[in-house]
Design a protein around this ligand. Sequence first.
Ligand SMILES: Nc1nc2c(c(=O)[nH]1)N[C@H]1C(S)=C(S)[C@@H](COP(=O)(O)OP(=O)(O)OC[C@H]3O[C@@H](n4cnc5c(=O)[nH]c(N)nc54)[C@H](O)[C@@H]3O)O[C@H]1N2
Ligand SMILES: Nc1nc2c(c(=O)[nH]1)N[C@H]1C(S)=C(S)[C@@H](COP(=O)(O)OP(=O)(O)OC[C@H]3O[C@@H](n4cnc5c(=O)[nH]c(N)nc54)[C@H](O)[C@@H]3O)O[C@H]1N2
Ligand code: SF4
Ligand SMILES: [Mo]
Length: 737
Amino acid sequence: MINRSQAAMNTLSRRRFLKISASTLLAAGVVGRATAALASATTREPKCVREVPTFCDICFWKCGAIASVRDGKLWKIEGNPADPLCRGRLCPRGTGGIGAHSDPDRLRTPLIRTNERGEEKWQAVTWDEALEYIAGKMQKIKAEHGPESMALFSHGIGGTFLKHTLKAYGTVNIAAPSFAQCRGPRDVGFRLTFGEDVGSPERTDIENAQCLVLIGSHLGENMHNTQVQEFATAVGRGASVIVVDPRFSVAASKAKFYLPIKPGTDLALVLAWMNVIVTEKLYDAAYVEEHGFGFDQFAASLTGYTPEWAYPETGIDPDTIRATAREMARYRPATLVHPGRHVNWNGDDAQRSRAIALLNALLGSWGRKGGFYTPSSMDMPDYPYPPYPKPAKPKVDNPDHKYPFAHEAITTGIRDATITGQPYPIKGWMVYATNLLHALPNEAETIRAIQQLDLLVVVDVIPSEIAGWADVVLPESTYLERHDELNVELFKDPFVALRQPVLDSPDDQKPNWWIAKKLAEKLGLGAFYPWKTIEEYLEHRVTEAGLDFAELKKKGIIRGPRQPIYFEEGAPAEFGTPSGKIEFYSPQLEKAGFDPVPRYTPPVAGPPGAFRLLFGRAPVHSFSRTHTNRLLSDMMDENAVWVNADIARRAGLKSGDTVRLKNQDGVLSNRVKVKATERIRPDCVYLVHGFGHTARGMRHAYGKGASDAQMITRYKTDPLMGGTAMNVNFVTLEAET
Ligand SMILES: Nc1nc2c(c(=O)[nH]1)N[C@H]1C(S)=C(S)[C@@H](COP(=O)(O)OP(=O)(O)OC[C@H]3O[C@@H](n4cnc5c(=O)[nH]c(N)nc54)[C@H](O)[C@@H]3O)O[C@H]1N2
Ligand SMILES: Nc1nc2c(c(=O)[nH]1)N[C@H]1C(S)=C(S)[C@@H](COP(=O)(O)OP(=O)(O)OC[C@H]3O[C@@H](n4cnc5c(=O)[nH]c(N)nc54)[C@H](O)[C@@H]3O)O[C@H]1N2
Ligand code: SF4
Ligand SMILES: [Mo]
């Protein structure tokens, strides 16, 4: 913990300040410095300010932060200038993160269900009673079905210790929505091509890109901090930006070329771009010659994919396709075609991502400045735990490797096994920091799976939708009140960061490590927790790595020496594919019965008169998790459905009118306001994800706006890796009078 002089005060009001940061990219640059305005607009000298370095948990980017406590109260949080991820500035969500601590809707004490599942009726119990109950049920599941029949869904670094407890107990079924519902297809597409994942944080060198291509990736609304800052830098120095999006996003407003593509047809565009680049010999021939495998077969496969062919598919005219392909080639290798992050769109997503990887390969951007750098991390040995028991059964999520290229567990695969009992029954779910009812497609299937369970435990900070279905709800301390596992980041600059408590939990909430350790002890697995306190554990790891724990506590971050990050600097040009090269043609895919080079199939069409439902992010919210945070909901407390202005006019609707969405299966949404705008194509509508809460305990967010998740009754599964594409639902607008 450190004491610094008080940061410069700023008299901007919080609302105005965050409005600026939400609506302009460059404002990301002022967020951290102006945070004093967030908690107080006075210039009174504080009596006593205590500053604690930690890292943010409002999303998974894990920005280094310095929280200040003034006169015993949480005052503000700012970016840690020593952190290479945030560079001293938090995004608006991070700045408003302190609202999580004071959220009046927080869970306060452990709860055990008293009524039917989903009725949200519980009885408050002690931690000992709750953990005793859970351990008893888990032992019963183990005795009757084996430990593999207990699954853990966990998202984020806070799940580390529960994973440890559940592995010690004997399960192999652990999954996060960040694979099959988020970045999985991208990592599979890139792995098949370059032999490596894109990672998180993405290894994108946006700040040095001279040409940046964003396909969907809506930076500026997607507020992943480093990327937004680097995007602002790139725009500031005049980089050429090409944005492909059916909706005129914030990023589109910074673009030299904006391509309002017909949703779901991006693969056709990427194939046509590659056709132009290959036909006009605009690619990096030396790079392809040195590092490529199967280029001739790949080039031959592009023959039919001309811009004229792509025009009716994508709605993008051939001249624009040619002009943008040439623009990309002009700046190569400093042309970065962003791989995207949330890429589960249409069911062909791993192949579309592979095409994006191949386009980057043609431009020679992988391993090059302004393209994709080679990340490195500090060497931090793991804690020496006893070995986990050997599982008797394989994982349930991907039986017989049905999805041969899934390299992480598939959440929806565990859900399927829970419903069908095949390949073996799943009888217990432990759910840590993931709101499965908003994160997985088809809510009804999730509920059906829950009804098969003997035990559903949810560890959360607020009474979320998934908590509403739990048998036992465990209230966690927020990130501001706890330690967590170290963040050993794989990034441009290697570093390790510490999360440490800024202040105490207000009620009977406990940190994840405490919950995991106590549960292990109740299960007779105390030997897996040889350390007594979390500080002892952290100190052990840090010291074993040859670092000073006192320094880490004081600074929050210790950086390691920078390694070469580009091929031209000496980063090794190695590719982890079977051929050891960039696979333009993939024998792996061919052997598994898939297209060895990407091939286009049109997206599923909707019923006549219906609009494809698209969704994305708002700068001030994370998923479905921030809507009771009063500081953030003060900026935006409901979403609106974006409707093309002409369509709205013809339907007699104007901005501010209220409608319900009705999807192709007759499911009706909450009431939601219309935003009539030229900024979206007429064939789709758009919602910010995560609103439309139905959990009654989320008093502040209940019933506000519409839930995209409720409309997603259909999904298409990616045949390569089991990702669930959700942009395959269609809605009509039902006027409300
Ligand atoms: N503020 C904020 N930022 C976040 C998050 C958050 O919750 N809040 N979450 C983080 C996480 S985990 C993720 S995965 C990312 C997600 O953010 P991104 O990876 O940027 O997500 P996309 O799926 O690209 O996002 C939706 C965008 O794609 C457009 N789109 C929809 N369909 C199509 C299509 O068929 N073709 C094209 N070209 N565009 C289409 C939409 O109009 C929208 O602009 O955001 C991250 N950043
Ligand atoms: N319909 C639809 N589905 C989607 C997406 C979408 O855009 N639309 N996006 C997809 C993507 S890209 C992703 S990455 C996933 C994200 O999916 P999730 O990670 O499941 O995101 P959330 O819905 O915000 O759920 C997070 C849960 O963690 C709880 N929580 C917050 N902080 C803490 C904490 O400190 N401790 C504990 N124990 N709990 C905490 C929150 O209250 C909330 O219940 O969703 C995917 N699913
Ligand atoms: S991007 Fe924003 S919300 Fe995410 S960790 Fe960084 S500051 Fe926190
Ligand atoms: Mo995500």
